[in-house]
Write a protein that binds this ligand. Sequence first.
Ligand code: TMP
Length: 211
Amino acid sequence: MQRGRFISVEGIDGAGKSTHLAWLVDYMQRRQLQVRQSREPGGTPLGEKLRALLLNDEMHLETEALLMFAARNEHLQQVILPALTAGEWVLCDRFSDATYAYQCGGRGLSIERFMQLEQWVQGRDGGATALIEPDLTLIFDVPLDVSQARMANSRVLDRFEREQADFHAKVRAAYLQRAAEHPQRIRVINANRSIEAIQTELAQLMDGFLA
Ligand code: TMP
């Protein structure tokens, strides 16, 4: 059985990634790939309970990071790793790059703490540095004013969406920095264009990835 591939999708709040996720699922299904769509925080019954806490309850910065990684551990063990082993493709709405962007970039969690948690939850047996990571990460990037305008039109905002523009600017900068540090794995998509233009780029990118 060939191991499946792991793709994560990221972006600041209001970047419009849901539309692109739906397109990606459809693209994969048209290619007869078995796709498991999931999300973080969440993706398991326990993870969804943690999500409700994370999106609604005030908490210490490090508690937030620990709960993100607790949900991630459950998700990896219960869903992602079994699906990949069974040959399925996993398409995940956010993964650890979101913790780097939001908790480190947005809130100021130290990179050392982040790396400790990443190593604990995503570390592979035997390898001090080898991590279980997505094979491909797509960051949908929009300027801050675009994301802010989209959020202004949206329904009830969660604890992260309610943060000031300055917080979202730091999250965006951290995403772009992370992409610069991992050019093989992470692709930044300019999502401030027509849906057609974005989908054309996505199709080319995915065709190349599948080849
Ligand atoms: P979503 O609205 O895209 O589903 O994501 C939920 C929120 O959780 C979003 O504002 C980003 C935030 N988040 C973090 O702060 N750290 C993380 O590690 C993850 C996965 C999400």
